[in-house]
Design a protein around this ligand. Structure first.
Ligand code: DX5
Ligand code: ZN
Length: 215
């Protein structure tokens, strides 16, 4: 599995050091959770912060937009250095047009499904995206418990990706640790977002390696 650490639960007073730390763990990407206080009942950070982080690392910036109208800021996130620009299927922006726009900027379009959204909802867009994120918690906060009941959805999406022979990453986000990552991998996920489990781990280096070793 690939590991994409979420910095949502890091020490924001030492953000630059936390990014260096993530890089040192050998993680594959950096998951950046953007919240607008409307789509989810929380606020985090936006393009100016991401722009300042960009020169600090060569990690792929995996930007998860928990925003009602992400289309209004696609240019800003692309300019800030996002690599994967991930919008929610449940947002208020025109989905197809926004994915096409992300692609036209040379960035990887991605889609996220909240827990209540069925697998089939993403099928019409599979050819347009490079990554699908199945939320394994309700978006908005780090530190919640993994929803095992999302595994049939992961399995259904994996089946459809393979049936069409597509090269689309399948990511899980929320409550991921060494054990739940293995459960998600078994269902077909190949990228794990890890937030609080990493920042609270007594041995984060071993945790990243353990998840990367899951096949
Ligand atoms: C939740 C965010 C997640 C969160 C994961 O809305 O999308 O990326 O930071 O945190 P943990 O791993 O603590 O569940
Ligand atoms: Zn996220």
């Amino acid at each position: 599995m690939k590991v994409s650490p979420s910095i949502l639960t890091c020490d924001f007073s030492r953000l630059a050091d936390e990014i260096k730390f993530v890089e040192q763990t050998g993680a594959d990407m950096l998951h950046l959770d953007v919240m607008d206080g409307v789509f989810v009942p929380n606020l985090s950070f936006g393009p100016p912060v991401i722009k300042r982080l960009r020169p600090l690392t060569s990690l792929v910036f995996d930007v998860h937009l928990m925003m009602e109208y992400p289309d209004r800021l696609i240019d800003a996130f692309a300019d800030a250095g996002a690599d994967i620009i991930n919008i929610h299927l449940e947002c208020g922006s025109p989905i197809e047009r926004t994915l096409d726009y992300i692609d036209s900027l040379g960035k990887t379009p991605a889609l996220t499904l909240k827990p209540a959204t069925p697998a089939e909802a993403v099928f019409p867009y599979l050819e347009k995206i490079g990554l699908i994120l199945v939320m394994t918690v309700e978006p908005g906060f780090g530190g919640q418990a993994f929803m095992q009941e999302m595994m049939p959805k992961v399995a259904a999406i994996r089946k459809e990706i393979d049936r069409r022979s597509l090269n689309v990453m399948l990511q899980v986000d929320g409550g991921i640790n060494g054990e739940t990552a293995a459960v998600a991998a078994k269902a077909g996920a190949d990228v794990a977002v890890v937030g609080s489990a990493l920042f609270n781990s007594p041995d984060p280096y071993a945790l990243v390696k353990k998840i990367q070793d899951i096949t």
